[in-house]
Design a protein around this ligand. Structure first.
Ligand code: SF4
Length: 341
């Protein structure tokens, strides 16, 4: 039996990489599989040059065929509006293109972000890092020593966050090595992963990932990124269960997006569905004002109204915190709801 385990692991790992290789990159192919006409989307195809289209098949299988307004499709489909420069929207809305050392951002006092990989398995059209200069922030394995040295030297850092792009685009053997190096730094307590990859390719939760993520003394936290209840399905629930069973704290952060999840009902369903899979609603972000994504934005008053409605419908533990991220602030900025009796 023991001899079979490596074969099983190889098969599992191959399966997520195969899904990645088979992701849709051509908008016409994506539309074809969804039984949608090309014409309403044709003018937006050029937006691929600004930010490529990339959509894995497991995510596409959760989209409704024949629906141009499908909330999952809307998050990933190139649209003509991306091509119009809108005043007030910038390429670096959080002013974060200055790293402490290559591959490492030190935005908050006690936490550092490691930019593990530039790419993602899915390209979300609203992404605030769609213009991030990943090429300048991709150290080699030797280069990571500089980032580790930075963490060792600052006793205030008690949490390391794997970010990107999507950090789970990296291979498990590299992540296992990096995590063991971080675990050897006494003042670091927690290891957090921010990822959307298991949402779009659930087979990314491999046995090896479970082993390195839960095998050190560090407390493991995974923050998933799920914006709509339709993103949850049995396959994703089954994939996250071993993480939950192994004691990983599972949280969800979402972005409030016009035409995707901008209603009380959509937010209630999102919280209910992630919680049913053992994932706690954590943050609901208003859009970071990145160039090319203005068509997803909502007025802050609308965001407040939606959250006020959610609070009436859900117990407090299912209500995410409505926040805005402001560059160079010491933490996320909560949005005051001014609730009426
Ligand atoms: S997965 Fe996250 S980092 Fe990648 S494109 Fe989507 S929002 Fe951006």
């Amino acid at each position: 039996m023991a001899q079979m385990i490596p074969k099983i692991l190889t098969a599992v790992e191959t399966s997520w990489q195969k899904e990645l290789a088979q992701a849709y990159r051509d908008p016409s192919k994506l539309l074809e599989v969804l039984d949608l006409p090309t014409e309403p989307f044709q003018a937006g195809f050029a937006a691929r040059k600004l930010f490529p289209l990339m959509v894995p098949r497991p995510f596409v299988r959760r989209m409704r065929k024949g629906d141009v307004n499908d909330p999952l499709l809307r998050q990933v489909m190139t649209l003509e509006q991306e091509l119009t420069a809108v005043s007030g929207y910038s390429e670096d809305p959080l002013d974060e293109q200055q790293s402490a050392v290559p591959g490492l951002l030190h935005k908050y006092q006690s936490r550092v972000l490691m930019i593990i990989r530039g790419g993602c398995a899915v390209n979300c059209r609203y992404c605030f890092r769609r213009h991030f200069p990943y090429a300048d922030n991709s150290p080699s394995k030797a280069g990571w020593q500089q980032a580790l040295e930075y963490i060792r030297a600052d006793q205030q850092i008690d949490e390391v966050i794997y970010s990107g792009g999507d950090p789970l685009m990296a291979k498990d053997d590299f992540l296992a090595w990096l995590s063991s190096e971080i675990a050897a730094i006494p003042h670091v307590r927690r290891l957090r992963i921010h990822t959307r990859l298991p949402v779009v390719i659930p087979s990314r939760i491999t046995r090896e990932l479970l082993d390195w993520f839960t095998g050190t003394r560090l407390q493991p936290v995974m923050v998933l990124h799920i914006n709509h209840a339709n993103e949850m399905d049995d396959e994703l629930e089954r994939a996250v269960k071993p993480l939950r069973d192994a004691g990983v704290t599972l949280l969800n952060q979402a972005v409030l997006l016009k035409g995707v999840n901008d209603s009380v009902q959509a937010q209630v369903e999102l919280s209910e569905s992630v919680f049913a899979a053992g994932i706690m609603p954590y943050y609901l972000h208003v859009l970071d004002k990145v160039q090319g994504a203005a068509h997803f934005d909502l007025a802050e008053s609308q965001a407040r109204d939606i959250m006020a409605g959610v609070i009436k419908r859900l117990p407090g533990y299912l209500v995410p915190k409505l926040v805005r991220e402001i560059g160079n602030q010491p933490g996320k900025t909560p949005i005051d709801l001014h609730l009426q009796p």
